[in-house]
Structure formats: C-alpha cells, structure tokens
Design a protein around this ligand. Structure first.
Ligand code: NAP
Length: 255
C-alpha cells in the first residue's frame, strides 16, 4: 500500500515529538511509510524516530517551526533528499493559548493562527509539488471539535474551523492530481495538551478524564491511537475516493 515503483513512500508528520503526532508517526511506519518527524526541537523527536525505526522503517527527526517559511522549505527539501519525495503530510503541530475574549492578547491570537493556519499552509504548499509530480498524495489536517465552538478558545476554535475550509478547498484544487485532502476533528484526546488544561483548571488529569468520560457516549476519552486509526484510513491507497471530508473522532456524534 505504501510503496511505489521507486520504493517506500515518505510521510511527514508535524508536531510529532509527542502526543497525537507521535502516535500517528508510529502508525504510519507500521503501515509501511518512512516517516519524517517534525517538531520544534530536533532533540525531542528522538523517541518517535526510534519507534518508527522499531517498526522497520526509516525515520528522520527534523527541528522546524512550521510557521517559519524558510525553515519549512529547507526541512521539506531535506526530507526529499534523505527519505524521498514526501507524498503524505499530516498537519498536526498545534498549540493552545486559551483565554476569554476580553483577556485574550493579540499575541496569543496571532501565535495560534500562525502555528495552525500559516503552518498548515506553508507545509502543504511546500509538499504539494512532490505529490503533483507523483500524481499521488495524501494530506490530513488536524481540526478539533473546538471548531464547533468552545468557551475560552476563540483563537483555537477559529483556527480549527479555518482548517476545515482549507481542507475542502485543497481537496478541490489537488484532487485532479490524485491527491486527497481530509481533516480529522478529535474530541478529548489524552495528551500533554489536555493535561495542561487540567493543570490550568486546578484539577488532576485523572479527575478531568473521569469527568469528560461521563459526557462522551463511549464513556472514555480518546488516545493518540484513535486518531492514528483515522489517519491510516485516509492515507490508504484504497481511500482515494474519500476527499474533502471532516471526520469527527470524539466518541460520539457531537462532543
Ligand atoms: P501536544 O501534545 O501539545 O503536541 C503538539 C506538538 O506540536 C508538540 O510536540 C509541540 O512542540 C509541537 N509544536 C507546537 N508548535 C509547533 C510549531 N510551530 N512547529 C512545529 N511543532 C510545533 O498536542 P496534541 O494533543 O498531541 O495535539 C496534536 C494536534 O491535535 C494539535 O493540532 C491539536 O490542536 C489537535 N487536537 C488535540 C486534541 C486533544 O484533545 N489533545 C483535540 C483536538 C485536536 P513543543 O512541545 O515544543 O511545544
């Protein structure tokens, strides 16, 4: 599934040092892709790269801020050189800078937009040329249930809703080249990001997960592997007719 005439296909996962991105990188390696692990600090990518290699694939850790155009260009070129043309891109890098509107700083608004929207734009632009040339590609963007509205997350919610429009538009533009573009909108996934929210609320992570589970129809919170499962579906060769979709991975229809 993940091989071409030229050999194993290469994938890039951004923000893959930990959390959902790390889970996705490992799963893509299990699915047969070589995986470039992008994150802010190259040293932090070591564990994910090791997991990719343990699955029998080549891993490459790259320190890059996805909102920096020059760094993105150089990093994507490095992947092409060392792993081959990147034909799968998972735009996963993300941050939260939560606050109620009246307390939200312009800096926190701008930074959230920069990582999620500018980052996904720059990464998609830099990789699409390889996909167009190969007449095959897969882009998966990480949206969120917060796109539907979430108190204290005006910046994050706007960025995640923005990614849904970005996804649909790229699906239309790139579809003719054999490239599908889809988004996953997770609900509560247990990672450092949600753990930080518990800390901010002054409760333990266990308490937070317990409370959240009560409102989720399947009565548990999600794990990175739940998101990785959806990514594996979208990037599969056989999913080529699924394009421009937003898949909520949240244990229920609207949580
Ligand atoms: P996480 O544990 O905080 O991991 C995010 C990773 O992205 C971190 O390693 C972080 O690096 C990296 N990163 C941040 N800014 C970056 C940048 N400018 N360039 C490159 N890498 C950057 O978060 P997560 O929970 O796995 O979330 C992954 C994605 O899923 C995000 O887009 C998030 O919005 C989305 N999501 C998460 C949930 C959830 O419940 N966890 C729900 C819905 C959607 P540092 O550690 O150095 O900051």
């Amino acid at each position: 599934m993940s091989t071409t005439q030229g050999g194993t296909r290469a994938a890039i996962v951004t923000g893959a040092a930990r959390g959902i991105g790390a889970g996705v990188a490992k799963r893509l390696a299990q699915e047969g892709f070589d995986v470039a692990v992008f994150d802010l600090d190259e040293a932090q990518t070591k564990d994910t790269v090791a997991a990719v290699e343990a699955a029998g694939r080549r891993g490459l850790g790259v320190g890059v801020d996805v909102s920096d155009p020059d760094a993105v260009e150089q990093s994507v070129a490095k992947v092409a050189e060392q792993l081959g043309p990147p034909l799968v891109l998972v735009n996963n890098a993300g941050i939260t800078r939560d606050n109620l509107l009246f307390k939200m700083s312009l800096e926190d608004w701008d930074r959230v937009m920069a990582v999620h929207l500018r980052g996904a734009f720059l990464m998609s632009k830099a990789t699409q040329k390889y996909m167009v040339e190969a007449k095959w590609g897969r882009i998966v963007n990480l949206s969120s249930t917060s796109a539907l509205g979430n108190r204290g997350q005006a910046n994050y919610s706007a960025a995640k809703a923005g990614l849904q429009g970005f996804t649909r538009t790229l699906a239309i533009e790139l579809g003719p080249f054999g490239i599908t573009v889809n988004a996953i909108a997770p609900g509560f996934i247990a990672t450092a990001m949600t753990e930080a929210t518990a800390e901010r609320l002054g409760i333990t992570f266990e308490q937070m997960k317990q409370a959240a589970s009560q409102n989720i129809p399947v009565r548990r919170v999600g794990e990175p592997e739940d998101v990785a499962q959806a990514v594996a579906f979208f990037v599969d060769e056989r999913s080529g007719f699924v394009n421009g979709q937003i898949l909520y991975v949240s244990g229920g229809p609207n949580v």
